[in-house]
Write a protein that binds this ligand. Structure first.
Ligand code: GLN
Length: 309
């Protein structure tokens, strides 16, 4: 076993013993059914070696982690014009906050808060039917993870569609400023469905590899984005990927990362590894509590923080 394998197994053992698990998200009723004790970790290094432990092959709802991939897709479609529709500054507000939108005339602060991600989804949707846009997103995820079995959990999507009153408020508010081009219900439908994609830690870590290696998957040699774009997506993940907990995540973990209310986190150690962790209990910012602790331990032991040691 390599030292990375040993460290990953040790972290999974340590996490299993902890009793501070955070709170599973309940505002999407279907997410409340998940086992709060689940824990998975998968790390893929530059050579393509996978170190995995715990429930790393159990699919979970990736939720807002999907926003990294929709941002990548939308940048591929419209390039830097995307930044006319959405900013790239940390928000200092919860992921579903509405207050800033009024001050900033319907332009969301960044592509990872819900309003920003809904605006990005709307860009992907333009010129297509919702079904086509969703098919394109799913196809992209399957390509990146090199796994055709990845699917949308329809029960989760339907559950959020029934209860997504805040997202509907955000979308309607943006629509009133002309920031959304498509019918609000179409954009929201695509948004809820891409958030409801279910993936395992192993699949997610594979999908994130291009971000760790200058825009391309070093194993397949497939280029996904230019190196400069990969660097910039990582920058937005570092500053905005954990909402109002982004500063704390940078302070403790020191890697670009994106969380989701399903309890997953995708973290990127540039040049070194792509990492996915899953523990459903959340902290007060809606980020995985033990997921963050596991990543803190991993980066410390591997010396992977982008800020050194
Ligand atoms: N689908 C969720 C929502 O819109 C995503 C939020 C998240 O993962 N932080 O509320």
């Amino acid at each position: 076993m390599s030292s990375l394998d040993t460290i990953v197994k040790e972290i999974a053992d340590e996490i299993r013993q902890r009793t501070d698990r955070g709170e599973v998200a309940t505002y999407i009723p279907e997410l409340a059914r998940v086992d709060p004790d689940a824990f998975g970790l998968a790390v893929i290094d530059a050579e393509g070696n996978v170190a995995a432990a715990g429930d790393s092959d159990t699919p979970f709802s990736i939720q807002s982690i999907s926003k990294v991939f929709t941002l990548t897709l939308a940048l591929g479609k419209v390039g830097d014009r995307l930044w006319r529709r959405v900013g790239r500054e940390p928000s200092g507000s919860p992921f579903n906050s509405i207050v800033q939108l009024e001050y900033e005339r319907g332009i969301p602060r960044n592509p990872f808060i819900n309003a920003g991600a809904i605006a990005v989804t709307d860009l992907i949707l333009s010129g297509h039917q919702p079904r086509e846009a969703l098919g394109e997103i799913l196809h992209f995820m399957r390509f990146l993870a090199d796994d055709q079995t990845i699917a949308i959990d329809e029960a989760v999507a339907a559950s959020e569609q029934r209860t997504g009153f805040r997202n509907a408020a955000l979308a309607n508010y943006m629509k009133s400023f002309g920031v959304l081009e498509n019918p609000v219900e179409f954009t929201l439908g695509v948004y809820y469905h891409h958030c409801a994609i279910a993936m395992t830690c192993r699949q997610l870590a594979t999908a994130g590899r291009f971000l760790a290696h200058l825009g391309r998957n070093p194993t397949t040699g497939m280029s996904v984005v230019h190196p400069e774009r990969a660097r910039r997506i990582n920058a937005v993940m570092l500053t905005c990927g954990h909402y109002d907990g982004s500063g704390e995540f940078a302070y403790r973990v020191g890697l670009p990362g994106k969380s989701g209310v399903g309890g997953g986190i995708l973290a990127i150690a540039p040049g070194k590894a792509s990492i996915a962790v899953w523990s459903p209990g959340l902290d007060s910012n809606g980020n995985s509590h033990l997921g963050r602790i596991a990543l803190e331990s991993l980066t410390k032991r591997m010396g992977w923080s982008i800020f050194g040691v």
